[in-house]
Design a protein around this ligand. Structure first.
Ligand code: AGP
Length: 604
């Protein structure tokens, strides 16, 4: 997730900006930059990699007296992490920083190029500053030009823009990406994408609403809503605890990341889930040529995403698909054919076992694709092609939003392949596209469901273990629910296909055996219910997760009735994540840093 800072006032602007960016480092980035206007002169500095590279570049730079400045840490979405692609982006005499994705940037870039504008970067952001200067040429009024620019942007954005013609103003706009403005007693203004960056500087903050735009100057702040109507800022006192601010008021990063899934999945879909088809502009058209099989390879939670998506690749894209656990695949002397597309899935892009399988596939001459959350990671650099999941940095060791975004990408990829193979009707494709569009809403945590799970969790703190059971694509989800519980509660749990319980494990059934049963209404409902019946008949303690009430269950976690099984999949995913979280909290464990675990397993 990118970070944005801005400052208007008399302090040392460079220090204020760099200190603010330091507080946003936890969000993850791969390049950074600042632009400062002081004594009628612009200075701009950008650097790839960590913030100290930018600090090194700016060590001789000082400012004197009043000035304005903007800064940014970039998490690459469009275009590789290079200095050219780092923000701020510049026009002839203006600079802009931006979080989010400008969905109509290609159209705007095309129009501006035809008007003679020269673009330097591969980013979507650069169109903002050129569009602003394009309008300013006609109006000669910076605010009007900025207003018109914002009115012509589509997508999600948090923007700060400065220009030489308005040396005492910072222009801002917010839609779909967080942005706030802070003020201190001395009539200075601070901007940031997260309040951690202004704690200790600003005394009060105003959180912008979607559609807000305007500017600050020495004298005033002026805010306009999406309809152009002026509105007053709602100043509120700023919390002073940085760590709790980084957690956004949640108890743990894992909890925050569960709640973030609605917004990060919206980012994942942006620019890919289009009106009547799926597009991956990062994929070369020929990647799937002569491909008759897809092999997915990963570890842990990423393996569960791979296994779940294999049902979609075969059911929707009609492509033979196999799934491998990377640590097993490495030594099984596999038969690899060149008509197989080898796909690695990894949040970190650095997992040793998965990375080694990627090397094996490349050595065997297979086309390779990496689905990762970290740009310029080893797997992204090594694979022939890559798709970024855009989950933002995931601090909780137990993966949540990374899994949600992996599933979203893989589901879209199965549709993308189906489009290319002509193996899907327009009606079925539309049904999936329509369902995908509901994901951000589906993923919003229902507070009453969370409270229900919190209360329920007190019953599941002992026993001789858990079975998580599901059928079809809900079996890998059962595996994931079991892994979540194991990881952070240290209680034994096993994911199992519902239909397999009668082939042995049912011998364990008794009141001390806890079974979390996934019961989707839209997929194999009757079959799944009869499997649960077999367990309840033997007095196992059963918690059913379903939109349907199952009268013989001991407990029930309700999800909303949905028309599509993939909507049930994501709703149940959130319930499973919350269940493991609340059991772990009751057991007093360190939810974010469970014992014996590392966020990225870069050793065998
Ligand atoms: C998931 O909660 C775990 N942290 C772990 O299983 C993880 O998914 C696995 O180590 C793979 O990591 P990767 O996605 O970064 O490759």
């Amino acid at each position: 997730m990118c970070g944005i800072v801005g400052y208007l006032g008399e302090k040392n602007i460079k220090e204020v900006l760099l200190n603010g960016l330091k507080e946003l480092e936890y969000r993850g980035y791969d390049s950074a930059g600042i632009a400062v206007l002081n004594n009628d002169r612009f200075s701009i500095f950008k650097a790839v990699g960590k913030l100290e590279n930018l600090i090194e570049k700016t060590k001789e730079f000082q400012t004197q007296g009043f000035g304005i400045g903007i800064g940014h840490t970039r998490w690459a979405t469009h275009g590789k992490p290079t200095e050219i692609n780092a923000h701020p982006h510049t026009g002839e005499e203006s600079y802009v920083v931006h979080n989010g994705i400008i969905e109509n940037y290609a159209i705007l870039k095309n129009m501006l190029t035809k008007a003679g504008v020269k673009f330097l970067s591969q980013t979507d952001t650069e169109v903002i500053v050129h569009l602003f200067e394009y309008y300013k040429k006609n109006t000669q009024n910076s605010f009007e030009a900025f207003e018109k620019t914002v009115q012509n942007l589509e997508g999600a954005y948090a923007i700060l823009l400065v220009t030489k013609d308005a040396p005492d103003r910072i222009f801002f706009a917010k839609k779909g990406s967080p942005l706030l403005v802070g003020k201190s007693k001395e009539q200075e203004f601070y901007f940031a994408s997260s309040d951690t960056a202004v704690i200790g500087e600003a005394k009060e903050v105003h959180y912008f609403d979607d559609g807000d735009y305007g500017y600050v100057s020495k004298e005033e702040i002026r805010i306009f809503d999406a309809s152009g109507k002026e509105k007053q800022p709602h100043w509120q006192p700023l919390s002073t605890n940085k760590l709790s601010a980084q957690k956004g008021g949640f108890r743990f990063f894992m909890e925050k990341e569960i709640y973030e899934q609605a917004t990060v999945v919206a980012d994942t879909l942006l620019g890919r889930l289009l009106e009547d088809h799926i597009a991956f502009e990062e994929l070369d058209e020929t990647l799937f040529d002569q491909i008759n099989e897809i092999k997915l390879c990963a570890c842990g939670t990423s393996y569960h995403a791979a296994l779940a998506s294999s049902y979609l690749f075969e059911r929707v894209a009609k492509v033979r698909t196999s799934v491998e656990i990377a640590s097993e695949f490495r030594y099984k002397e596999p038969l690899l054919c060149k008509d197989t597309l080898f796909v690695v899935i990894s949040q970190s892009g650095e997992t040793a076992d998965t990375l080694e399988t990627l090397k094996m596939a490349k050595a065997a001459g297979l086309k390779t694709l990496a689905i990762c959350n970290v740009d310029n990671s080893s797997m992204v650099r090594l694979a022939d092609a890559s798709i970024l999941t855009r989950a933002g940095i995931e601090k909780g060791v137990a993966s949540t939003k990374a899994f949600a975004t992996q599933m979203s990408v893989l589901w879209m990829l199965s549709l993308f392949v189906a489009q290319k193979q002509n193996s899907i009707t327009k009606e079925v494709l539309q049904e999936h596209l329509q369902t995908l569009r509901t994901l951000p809403k589906i993923l919003e945590v229902n507070p009453s469901m969370h409270e229900r799970i919190r209360r329920l969790s007190k019953r599941y703190l002992h026993g001789h273990g858990f079975f998580f059971i599901g059928r079809d694509i809900f079996f890998p989800l059962a595996l994931e629910g079991a892994l979540k519980l194991k990881e952070i509660s240290y209680l034994h749990a096993e994911g199992y296909p519902s239909g397999e319980m009668k082939h042995g494990p049912i011998a364990l059934a008794d009141p001390e055996l806890f079974t979390i049963a996934l019961l989707p209404k839209n997929l194999l409902f009757e079959k799944s219910r009869s499997n649960i019946e077999e367990l309840s008949a033997r007095d196992a303690t059963i918690c059913v997760i379903s939109s349907e009430v199952y009268e013989k269950a001991d407990d029930h976690i309700s999800i909303a009735p949905q028309p599509h099984y993939m909507q049930e999949f994501f709703e149940m995913m959130v319930a499973l994540q919350l269940l493991s979280l609340e059991i772990s909290v009751r057991l007093g464990n360190d939810v974010d840093m469970p014992r014996n675990l590392a966020k990225s397993v870069t050793v065998e």
